[in-house]
Design a binder for this molecule. Structure first.
Ligand code: MG
Length: 345
């Protein structure tokens, strides 16, 4: 699985493009588990004899997970990779390699004096890949009427030691890394910025003053170091990443573990500018939600990111709500509100 190109119209310029992509990819981290990367028919990954392989795949579509007119290409690349890395983080897996297949309209791969969209996409993708020691080891590229990125992440974890969703038990404490609701609040602000600019504007102009607040949406940070820390020290009894919102992902964890949960609303670490509703139901925060045995003592932060105790796991009782949260009106059932990614609705 080298970088291949299909359905092309101008072989010479595309060869040049492939060379540039390969050059960009080779400049990044050589760590991870790649023995043989881009350039042959397959990549060859190296794992230790006591390890198992963790694999996750994520598809990002224009109009669904990003908008070509709204998101800078670097951000689309970063986000496409962040989704998969966050899944590896949730399992406590060490990234070995990433594989990226792109389907792009022709104008995104051609250059008219400036760097084409695809090169800026790779810059964003590879900057995060390098920061997380995840080499790009192969992929595919084809012309497509719809812009899409399909990312496969391969990770390694010692046999039988992956963090799972299904192993939380009554009495466990419930924790979250970082902050909640920031991505959702930022998406709302981005939507407001777009509404003020004419429909004909091809590329959204983002005011400089807004960009720090938009970062949780544009450049979310997957919690690889925190997942590795939890797994290596055997601190987590179960874990999941918050990609669809706390209420939905906590319900997934409870379903898989056959338990219920109580949330302390006042304890939720709201991101600056985020509402309680966004913290409970907003998607794409890519924080880790994890449980620990009550006897474990956790630090205030893990690898530089604060962690917060937000509730507890309790026994599941027939007829009782799966998630209770203590809010201003006392204890109430919390319904999961599934989050539809970047919906066009
Ligand atoms: Mg996940």
């Amino acid at each position: 699985m080298g970088v291949k190109l299909k359905k092309t119209t101008n072989p010479s310029s595309e060869l040049g493009l492939l060379r540039r992509i390969r050059h960009l990819a080779s400049g990044g981290s050589r760590r991870g588990g790649v023995r043989l990367g881009i350039g042959d028919d397959c990549a060859i990954l190296r794992v230790q004899s006591n390890e198992e392989i963790a694999i996750t795949t994520d598809l990002s579509l224009d109009g669904r997970h990003f908008r070509l007119g709204w998101h800078p290409p670097e951000c689309v690349g970063h986000r496409a990779l962040a989704r998969g890395l966050s899944d590896l983080a949730a399992m406590g897996a060490r990234p070995l390699a990433a594989f990226l297949s792109l389907g792009l309209p022709g104008d995104l791969t051609s250059s008219s004096g400036r760097a084409p969209w695809i090169e800026r996409f790779y810059k964003g993708f590879l900057a995060l890949a390098d920061a997380q020691k995840t080499p790009l080891a192969g992929g595919d590229l084809a012309e497509s009427p719809l812009a899409l990125a399909d990312v496969v992440l391969v990770g390694a974890v010692p046999k039988g030691r992956a963090l799972l969703r299904s192993t939380a038990r009554p009495g466990d404490a419930l924790y979250v890394t970082g902050w909640l609701g920031g991505a959702s609040a930022a998406l709302l602000e981005l939507t407001a910025i777009a509404a003020k600019q004419p429909e004909s504007t091809r590329t959204l102009r983002i005011p400089l003053t807004a960009s720090p607040r938009l970062r949780p949406h544009l450049y979310p940070q997957p919690r690889i170091s925190q997942g590795l820390w939890l797994r290596r020290r055997q601190m987590a009894s179960a874990a999941i990443d918050i990609s669809d919102g706390l209420s939905t992902d906590l319900a997934h964890l409870c379903d898989e573990s056959g338990v219920a949960a109580e949330l302390d609303t006042a304890a939720l670490p709201l991101a600056p500018g985020a509402t309680l509703d966004q913290a409970l139901h907003g998607g794409e925060d890519y924080e880790l939600l994890f449980t620990t045995k009550a006897s474990k003592r956790l630090p205030k932060s893990i690898a530089g990111v604060p962690i917060t105790r937000i509730g507890r796991i309790v026994r599941r009782r027939p007829g009782s709500p799966q998630i209770l949260f203590s809010g201003p009106r006392g204890r109430e059932p919390l319904e999961p509100h599934g989050w539809e990614h970047f919906s066009l609705k």
